[in-house]
Design a protein around this ligand. Sequence first.
Ligand code: J2J
Length: 462
Amino acid sequence: MACLKVGAIPVACLPAHRHAEMGYLARHTEAAGWLIPADLRGVDAIVMAEEIRDLVPSLREVWVLGDRIGRGMTRLADLLADPIETHCPIADLARLAPSPATAAVFQLSGGTTGVPKVIPRTHDDYLYNSLASADAAAVDRDSVLLIGVPIAHNFPLACPGVQAALLLGARIVLAPSPDAETSLALIERERVTWVPAVPATVLSWLDHPRLGRTDLGSLRTLCVGGARLNPEPARRVLDALGPVLMQVLGMAEGLLCYTRHGDPADVVVETQGRPVSPDDEIRIVDERGRDVAPGAIGELLARGPYTIRGYYRAEAHNRTAFTEDGFYRTGDLVRRHPSGNLVVEGRRKDLINRGGEKISAEEVETLIVAHPAVLDVAVVAMPDPVLGERACACVVLREGARLTLGELTRYLGEERRIAKFKLPERLEVYERLPATAVGKISKAALRDDVRRRLETEATRRS
Ligand code: J2J
């Protein structure tokens, strides 16, 4: 929040990010400072920051939360003990107030490309984003929001999230984890009214014995998005918790769709909502960019007051990620429900949606193909009953080479040092990868094959 006041741009990194992501993002954004806890989920973040600082010339400052610091770093506690007024009158700081049309926050794209894409959200668009979604999603000054997902994500930060809560004077409860035990206890104790969640979280709550023992009378809205919530668990939410369900189709690039309280139950259960702004323009188009017939499936394009027109420093990618007249190609396949709301039916983009965390297939493939045992690779989604999808690496090995899943994940995690959620959770070895008519790897055929193998294993077990 202080950064926003003075025009410093926070990069919305995740606690799961490691050397690979942090190094790339620091360099790409020319980050000047890094704020870290000394211990980051068991990883020594000080050592990580020292290493990356040595490689990234722009990175001058590292502030550490905790007692231990590295060379040339600053303890956050010392910074706080040294009042800003002794260096610079508050009035001078106020004069730093940034221009509304400049970048406020760098969000990160769920991404389909070899490296993460940086999304410049401006002060004016992000403010509007928060307030317009508060209006649609029924957050006001009496709301109490429970935030259990990493706070830098667009959803808990700005949709309507922490930003709208602070703007409107609502209350925020920060949970250390979204697990059922923690969340349900906090909802009861803090009289929480509004909870953002991914479908995997909701499923874990529905199955948890604590659910029946908890007073959830304060809860008005369980807002679910980030990945598809199937109608069956959606109905179970209504049965177990009453009419609190709200679905959201959101994206860090902008466009936000919500179902609304007061929508008929079937609309809340079956659709992912409609845009928050009367100025949002959406189109549903076929492969040649023509509008599909009403109710047919096509790719969702979006343009509007808070949807970006380009990624940061990504000229080549921007030429294909946006239409000539400025629509963002979401890569999501949707259809219009008779109610006018959108239903997500699939996607055209090449990513794995692991319980709401997005994994770019290309990013992981580029690393895997550099492994000495690997000749060719495709990373595809495999179905998972809770997370929705997980990543499976399909590889062709070099002659005489061998590779196990353990070796592959050790290589990716310990040598290439990528975020843990991106590690493949299954390895399939092929003689050759199936091809499409034009000779590209057929990911559809691979997905089908992996699904069949999982089903066979499941029947064999039962
Ligand atoms: C199916 N797919 C969905 C849904 C997002 C609120 C909620 C989520 C995000 C988010 C967000 C989906 N059903 N209900 O930023 O403010 C998939 C789509 C979409 C992509 C965006 C928010 N809700 N998705 O998930 O930038 O594929 O934002 O294009 O991480 O998630 O991912 P991301």
